[in-house]
Design a protein around this ligand. Structure first.
Ligand code: GLA
Length: 438
């Protein structure tokens, strides 16, 4: 009897702690203001780029009209510097009245009207990182209710001006408070960023229960160096963080900076490929009003997105790091498919890398190979056949592979039809229809 009661009690406490919103079964995708627009609040002199409702409406228009939404990029996320420096008379957070004169609820309606979702930013501490009001332990429930009343769909909760005891209590409490609103609100926790130590002293089991995604590491900046530092950190710690990812709970290496100023086209393909194979959330932080067609083509690559969005939700791993020149990543996908990324760190000339699928741990058999960025079927490969890939400096070659027992002409349409059906399951019919032409 006592045992039954204990079991029931345990089950109950787990149920109340767990984030129970059914969201983000595949990594979330969308747009996030921070890396590109920072804390520009100078609307008098820079009205198009300052953090204001204009910017978020503009980005919503672009996502809805330029083919992003159909690919899954549906979140429009506000970051820091949106709020007034003071809470309102009832103690509630409120937006800056000059920059968000219509209020957040009205902005949410605008964004929902375009088939998109709205994300907002808060901080589990006294102030946000840029010095705006934070959420303290006594305002958690009120802030969760405020966000829900406004119609917010996602919350990024940062951890500046805080300490470990506040965070240990606050992050799970916010998870509960979001649940209690009854509105499904995706929950992005910056908690691990603020827990130091090597290896990082983070309880990923708890994180996976209370958050949909979490920032593991430092902020991305608009540079290739920044990407390399993040990729190195993620791969050096992959034994710890890779098992933590899965449907509904993801590691977040931070925003996509493709379309900004810091990356070449090859480096942009590298970020897309690496983020896709790592099952990372895909939040672009760029100016969708002026993004180049080259960057757009990379960000809208349907097979890279389908790999990122694979329903098994297994984060890829680095299999090989050779001579500080080449990394090979592998990710298992549903229906026995898989993805490979050959990533070259050389900067002087294309790297010709010779290997075989057998060397990369593939089981005996024959494989169909599709080159994701060339958008071409490659010759069928036996596991034992040696092949050479030529990888541009700081670039990638990305493959989608699946085993085949039938002839190439038959295998290809069957496999892609399966992939399309899967995408249809996510409710992205337009996306699936346009892929049929592959
Ligand atoms: C921290 C976060 C960033 C961004 C800024 C805003 O640095 O890691 O992603 O939200 O705060 O001030």
């Amino acid at each position: 009897m006592y045992q039954v009661a204990t079991v029931l009690l345990l089950a109950f406490s787990a149920a109340t702690r767990a984030l129970d919103n059914g969201l983000m079964k595949t990594p979330p995708m969308g747009w996030l203001a921070w890396e590109r627009f920072r804390c520009d609040i100078d609307c008098d002199n820079d009205p198009q780029n300052c953090i204001s409702e204009v910017l978020f409406r503009d980005m919503a228009d672009r996502l809805a009209e330029d083919g992003w939404r159909e690919l899954g990029y549906v979140y429009v996320n506000i970051d820091d510097c949106w709020s007034s420096k003071k809470r309102d008379e009832q103690g509630r957070l409120q937006p800056d009245p000059k920059r968000f004169p219509g209020g957040i609820a009205k902005l949410a309606r605008y964004i929902h009207g375009r088939g998109l979702k709205l994300g907002i930013y808060g901080d589990m501490g006294t102030y946000t990182c840029a010095g705006y009001p934070g959420t303290t332990l006594d305002t958690i429930e009120m802030d969760a209710r405020t966000f829900a009343e406004w119609g917010v769909d996602m919350l990024k909760l940062d951890g500046c001006y805080s300490n470990s005891s506040v965070q240990e209590q606050g992050y799970p409490l916010m998870s509960k408070a979001l649940n209690a609103t009854g509105r499904p609100i995706g929950y992005s926790c910056s908690w691990p960023c603020y827990q130091g130590g090597l290896p990082p002293k983070v309880n990923y089991t708890v994180l996976g229960e209370i958050c949909n995604l979490w920032r593991n590491y430092e902020d991305i900046q608009d540079s290739w160096d920044s990407i390399l530092t993040i990729v190195d950190w993620f791969t050096d710690h992959q034994d710890i963080i890779q098992p933590a990812a899965g449907p509904g709970h993801w590691n977040d290496p931070d925003m996509l900076i493709i379309g900004d100023y810091g990356l070449s086209m090859d480096q942009s393909r590298s970020q897309m490929a690496l983020w896709a194979i790592m099952a990372a959330p895909l939040f672009m932080s760029n100016d969708l009003r002026t993004v180049s067609s080259g960057a757009r083509t990379i960000l809208q690559n349907k097979v890279a997105i389908a790999i990122n969005q694979d329903p098994l939700g297994i984060q890829g791993r680095r299999l090989i790091k050779e001579k500080s020149e080449i990394d090979v990543f592998w990710r298992p996908l549903s229906d026995d498919a898989s993805a490979l990324v050959f990533f070259s760190r050389r900067t002087d000339m294309p790297f010709r890398y010779q290997t075989s699928l057998k060397t990369l741990n593939y089981t005996a058999g024959t494989y169909m190979v599709y080159d994701v960025f060339l958008q071409k079927i490659q010759p069928t490969l036996k596991d034992t056949t040696n092949f050479v890939v030529s990888i541009n400096p700081t670039g990638v070659v990305m493959w989608y592979l699946f085993p085949t027992t039938v002839r190439q002409e038959e295998a290809e349409p069957v496999r892609f039809t399966k992939m399309l059906k899967r995408i249809k399951l996510y409710g992205r019919e337009d996306y699936a229809d346009s892929l049929t032409g592959l």
